[in-house]
Ligand binder design. Structure first.
Ligand code: FES
Length: 129
């Protein structure tokens, strides 16, 4: 059996939503201290919906495939759904990752959570000013 599913290979070779959103209102960056990989997520949120999402990942193939799939899973979705996204759901959508690569999908969940926190922080700051 191949180590990686066709979906993993597809999202690794043709990652969706790569890049930067200049006017993003939620940005999250996470890294894995062990492997040194870094993932950055840009969210453009309007009316509690993820209107656009882009990512930059300096990392392994599984991390790139996970970020690509995660962005596809949250694009156009309400924040209530986006908050519930787990790394397990991302890995399942990729038809699985090898056990020792599951931590790569954790980066995607964490980057999105960080970006959501950043969005909430900006929103709160705006209300205060
Ligand atoms: Fe570092 Fe995959 S090996 S995120």
């Amino acid at each position: 059996m191949a180590l990686y599913s066709e979906k993993v290979m597809d999202h690794f070779r043709n990652p969706r939503n790569v890049g930067v959103i200049e006017n993003a209102n939620g940005i999250g960056e996470v890294g894995n201290a062990k492997c040194g990989d870094i993932m950055k997520m840009y969210l453009l949120i309007e009316d509690d919906i993820v209107k656009d999402v882009k990512f930059e990942t300096f990392g392994c193939g599984s991390a790139i495939a996970s970020s690509s799939m995660a962005t596809e899973m949250i694009k156009g979705k309400p924040l209530s759904e986006v908050r519930e996204l787990t790394n397990k759901a991302v890995a399942e959508a990729l038809d699985g990752l090898p056990d020792y690569k599951m931590h790569c999908s954790v980066l995607a969940e964490e980057a999105i959570k960080n970006a959501l926190e950043d969005y909430e922080k900006r929103k709160a700051e705006k209300k205060l000013s």
